[in-house]
Design a protein. Structure first.
Length: 455
């Protein structure tokens, strides 16, 4: 028996007040729908079908590369109608699991429990006890405690509205039964919709067992309808990310002031100060120290690296025992070997810097291959762009570059060369030579500063 997942994502999400479809709003830097798809995959289903709405090509485009089947529901006639749209591709022997694209924090464990019940022939629904059940469908039970139906908020009488056991919307059912029930739905209700929830009463009538599963955590069933709920869930999500890092051996100065927008992994004994944002895929070695206010995206950082306050690092590789910042910017395609020092107000782009080289102050290094043990003086600039094309600066091993040097690329500096401070280097420098380009200093003896004319 195999599992067919259906994710409902056709709703308009009017309350988001957004041109972006609701399921594309981000949680932890990734679309809501992507979280649901990722969780669904953990159950190793045979298929995942996403029911998307009219005008939702944007949804498909944003998730291009996800191997799911897209099912168009051009008019949103209700959750029952949406599920029915996906049924033709599902065979009768399968178990069907229905998920919502706007409920992103559901766990694979909870879903696993639902599926398990449905595999034994039951209709399994995910429920919760809420102090404030407003807006949700309420679970109706008979005197023996058996589930006999779900009533929507808008259709409920005052006694039903007092019920605190709610329908999360997630359910699992044997495909053959589900197909039969969906075929019998009608839209004679307050919203004129085909309610998926009506299948619970049908199951009860058909003497099919209806089982409820309770989510381990309330946040698993929280759906997003507006940006206030989105922000609240983001905090819950981030708390989870922070706890994950702490449990794996990272010290966080304040778990409430770290944001992970993607996936971060860390070796033991890393320390992360406040207001750090990680984006994309970031990996930290062991004993990495990240100072306050750093933004680090798609970067691999080796053991014992120190990143001081206020650094921005994107698409880079930082070798072990390197020191970055404060106030450094490492731009894409930069690879630093071991023990490289990059100091304050230094920008490095698309460059390879070999071990133990130092660029400590106020420099721009772009399109550069730099050898080992190079010392770059303050204010050094690689002039890599001629207005039309970018050019390479190649600097050998053990080069010493005096302060305020400009390299007019393309240019190559041999191993062991020395560049005098204040030079503009336009031609290649051979190994071990000294290059200087500054004009000789003049002394005008007896020169007097002008003085103000008397008024
Ligand atoms: C639904 C449930 C309700 C439950 C609640 C939990 C029904 C009838 N009611 O109500 O019992 O407590 O969810 O949040 O199912 N969708 C489509 N196509 C449609 C209609 C909806 O894809 O034609 C999708 C929406 O994008 C959304 C999900 O289905 O992801 C739920 O739809 P929504 O309109 O929010 O249902 P509720 O009224 O909240
Ligand atoms: Mg809803």
């Amino acid at each position: 028996m195999s599992l067919s997942v259906i994710i409902l994502a056709a709703g308009q999400g009017t309350r988001m007040r957004s041109a972006l479809p609701k399921v594309l709003h981000a949680l932890g830097g990734e679309p809501l729908l992507k979280h649901v798809i990722r969780t669904a995959r953990q159950l190793q289903p045979a298929t995942i079908q996403v029911v998307y709405g009219h005008g939702g090509e944007q949804v498909r485009d944003a998730l291009v590369g996800e191997t799911v089947e897209w099912v168009l529901q051009d008019r949103q006639l209700g959750t029952g109608h949406a599920v029915a749209r996906a049924m033709p591709l599902i065979s009768d022997e399968n178990t069907v699991l229905v998920l919502y694209g706007d409920v992103p924090m559901i766990s694979a464990e909870t879903l696993g429990a639902l599926v398990e019940k449905a595999t034994t022939g039951s209709l399994a629904v995910l429920t919760a006890e809420l102090n404030n059940p407003h807006g949700y469908g309420r679970m109706l039970r008979d005197g023996a405690g058996r589930l006999v139906g779900i009533v929507e908020q808008k259709d409920a009488n005052p006694a039903q509205l007092a019920i605190r056991e709610i329908n999360s919307g997630f359910l699992a059912a044997p495909a053959a039964q589900l197909r039969n029930w969906l075929g019998r739905l009608n839209n004679g209700n307050a919203q004129g919709e085909y309610y998926l929830t009506d299948i619970v009463a049908m199951a009860a009538t058909d003497a099919v067992a209806v089982d409820s599963v309770c989510a381990a955590h309330e946040y698993e069933i929280l759906g997003i309808n507006d940006r206030v709920q989105l922000a609240a869930l983001e905090r819950i999500y981030q708390r989870g990310q922070a706890e994950c890092l702490m449990r794996s051996g990272t010290t966080l100065a304040d778990p409430a002031r770290l944001d992970v927008r993607g996936a971060v992994s860390a070796g033991i004994d890393c320390c992360i100060d406040v207001n750090v944002v990680f984006e994309g895929t970031v990996s930290l070695g062991e004993r990495v120290i990240i100072g306050p206010n750093c933004y680090i995206k798609n970067t691999r950082i080796g053991d014992d690296v120190q990143v001081f306050a206020n650094c921005v690092i994107e698409d880079g590789v930082i070798g072990s025992r390197s020191r970055i910042g404060p106030f450094a910017r490492i731009r894409p395609d930069t690879v630093l070997a071991e023990q490289v020092h990059v100091g304050n107000f230094v920008e490095i782009k698309k460059s390879r810097i070999a071990a133990e080289s130092k660029i400590n102050h106020l420099s721009y290094i772009g399109d550069t291959h730099m050898g080992a043990r190079v010392n770059i003086g303050a204010g050094t600039i690689t002039c890599n762009y001629d207005g039309a094309n970018k050019h390479l600066t190649e600097i050998g091993n053990d080069v010493f570059v005096g302060s305020d040097t400009q390299f007019i690329a393309p240019v190559t500096i041999g191993d062991g060369a020395t560049i005098g401070a204040g030079s503009t280097i336009t031609r290649d420098v051979p190994a071990d030579e000294l290059a200087l380009s500054r004009s000789p200093q003049k002394i005008r003896s007896g020169w007097k500063r002008p003085v103000k004319k008397p008024r």
